[in-house]
Design a binder for this molecule. Structure first.
Ligand SMILES: N[C@@H](CCC(=O)N[C@@H](CS)C(=O)NCC(=O)O)C(=O)O
Length: 264
């Protein structure tokens, strides 16, 4: 039987949640890297597979599953030897689902709100309110972890993997205060002890945090530049306006001398 195919990037927190899940259930995936910075997720071929053009995307035979939370649940349901990571019990499952939605709707949504404009659109907005908004999530997690070692109780679930991949991708710019959130930090240490933690999560999380810092510095240092290219006949000048590396627009301006001669 062929392996399920995962379109992914190490940089992507949700993709890493799937890698953590696959390792935890000892499932081999065929990994297909997608370079978001090069726009490989926006090709017609990829959009045909996933119209939402997000990674991770899983193709398992005829089944296509996207959204990391759905993928993690699917993989455990289909391939795991037991239901510990995603319980069949209705009440226990509802709690795990709540944590998955907490990641999706709160944690990752707030990371995205901060990261995406800086990574893709030349923004310099790394404001305190965006950071504080992420740290608000730590307050909630601290409550979840007050009396339990994992986010859903005394056993690890896919809820832990999804939140872990997000928190470890943003904890530098939105630091976790050790006095306010000791249980969140203890949980992170506990999760980092997983034998497959480094390869599935740590490397990609570091890569993303470094890329974020590089892009922010690049955007902050960006100057408006105007690159002029005079065309062969010198009848017009093409002006390309860029901020940093981002091409904003092109103008074609008719050269004055040419205009004087040719326009009456
Ligand atoms: N809720 C989705 C979010 C996936 C997501 O936004 N992935 C980002 C990379 S971290 C992406 O593919 N962005 C490209 C896009 O949205 O076009 C999930 O959990 O899979």
């Amino acid at each position: 039987m062929s392996k399920p195919v995962l379109y992914y990037a190490k940089l992507s927190p949700p993709a890493r949640a799937v890698l953590l899940t696959a390792k935890a259930i000892d499932l081999e995936l065929e990994l297909k890297p997608i370079n978001l910075m090069k726009g490989e997720h926006l090709t017609p071929e990829f959009i045909k597979i996933n119209p939402q053009h997000t990674i991770p995307t899983l193709v398992d035979g005829d089944a296509v599953v996207y959204d990391s939370h759905a993928i993690c649940a699917y993989l455990v349901e289909k391939y795991a030897n037991d239901d510990q990571l995603y319980p069949k019990d209705l009440v226990k499952r509802a709690l795990v689902d709540a944590r998955l939605h907490f990641d999706s709707g709160h944690l990752f949504a707030r990371l995205r709100f901060l990261y995406e404009p800086i990574l893709y659109y030349g923004s310099t907005d790394c404001s305190m309110d965006k950071i504080a908004y992420i740290q608000k999530c730590y307050e909630i997690m601290e409550q979840f972890l007050k009396t339990e070692p994992y986010l859903c109780g005394d056993v690890m679930t896919i809820g832990d993997f999804c939140c872990l991949a997000t928190v470890t991708s943003v904890n530098e710019v939105a630091p976790i205060d050790e006095f306010k959130f000791p249980n969140v930090l203890a949980w992170l240490t506990r999760m980092a002890e997983l034998p497959y933690y480094m390869e599935t999560n740590e490397e990609g999380a570091e890569e993303l945090k470094n890329l974020f810092k590089e892009k922010l510095a690049e955007n902050r240092g960006a100057k408006w530049t105007v690159a002029n290219e005079v065309d062969a006949k010198a009848s017009s000048i093409q002006v390309t306006v860029k901020v940093g590396g981002l091409k904003l627009f092109k103008l074609r301006i008719m050269a004055l001398e040419y205009a004087k001669k040719n326009l009456k």
